[in-house]
Design a binder for this molecule. Structure first.
Ligand code: HEC
Length: 164
């Protein structure tokens, strides 16, 4: 009688241990979730877009993405992305111009002395070489204002911008 009880206790311990392990696997699974959080969900991206002031909050992100094709050969936007011909643009909003340690800027950008925001980026993208003479960014400029708005909104959503 006693030993049967012992066995069943042992048995349930073994079962519990088994359950514990299962739980362990589960929490290991959720522990890897923070890594996935780096890639925001569609809902989170939409929330960033909604948080922007007009006219950016109603921008056409798909058009912005299409316009970014013009930048992609020189710029990455993902967190920790490589510097190509141009610097990685993750976190560019709120960052001082020319501030990445591991990228060699022109004096023009390094000494620009402003922090990137939508207004500065709009002027920069319209005509980089007029806005900061001496820049080494060889990009003629994006003439259509609507395209710049869409591209800036796309960049805000994709480069980890958070509303202050
Ligand atoms: C032919 C390559 C090239 C293309 C195309 C290009 N860029 Fe650049 N970009 C550069 C280079 C080079 C720099 C560094 C400029 C300097 O130091 O004078 C730069 C700098 C920048 C910076 C300043 C970053 C900082 O850390 O201060 C921004 C913002 C930027 N580019 C955005 C864009 C966007 C948006 C596009 C697309 C519309 C674009 N660039 C297209 C090469 C390019």
């Amino acid at each position: 009688m006693r030993s049967a009880l012992m066995l069943s206790v042992l048995g349930s311990c073994a079962l519990l241990a088994g359950c514990g392990q299962g739980g362990g696997e589960k929490s290991a699974g959720s522990a890897s979730a923070p890594a996935a959080e780096h890639e925001p969900t569609a809902a989170e991206k939409q929330a960033v877009l909604d948080s922007l002031p007009a006219p950016y909050n109603t921008a056409d992100i798909d058009n912005g993405k299409m316009k970014f094709a013009m930048c992609r050969s020189c710029h990455t936007i993902v967190e920790g992305g490589a510097n190509l011909t141009g610097p990685n643009l993750h976190g560019v909003f709120g960052r001082k111009a020319g501030a990445l340690e591991n990228y060699k800027y022109s004096e023009a950008v390094k000494n620009a002395g402003f922090v990137w925001d939508a207004e500065h980026l709009d002027k920069w993208l319209a005509e980089p070489r007029t806005f900061l003479p001496g820049t080494k960014m060889s990009f003629a400029g994006l003439k259509a204002e609507k395209d710049r708005i869409d591209l800036i909104a796309f960049l805000k959503v994709e480069t980890g911008y958070k509303a202050p």
